[in-house]
Ligand binder design. Sequence first.
Ligand SMILES: [Zn+2]
Ligand SMILES: [Zn+2]
Length: 120
Amino acid sequence: MTSPNISVIKCHKCRSVLLDMSTVTNNYTTCDQQKCNSYNLSNFIFVSEDNLPDWIRRKVETEQWTKGRLNCEKCGCRVGVFDYVSGRKCDCGETVLPPVRFVASQVDRPIAVNISHKSL
Ligand SMILES: [Zn+2]
Ligand SMILES: [Zn+2]
């Protein structure tokens, strides 16, 4: 039995583990929501550049640190993107975002507040 306490992000479709929550960063500047509505940042999960999991690093290296998609290695489902070309800046031009991000709706992430969730 796997421990429910392990904080991992999984593919929404096939539930294979994509990354550890320890590689997720909250260390980025968010846009001033008054000025910018380009990104709803809560729709994305940003991965720390210093801490990229091997499979992401390999993909980024394959694309020579430009940009591309991150697909689940198991089911091929698109789970995120990386963009070292233009993605570092938000459309508003003010905020620098981490280049590697997962789309929140494509992945399952641990819900920290929902620990009393009833098991089936
Ligand atoms: Zn998958
Ligand atoms: Zn912005």
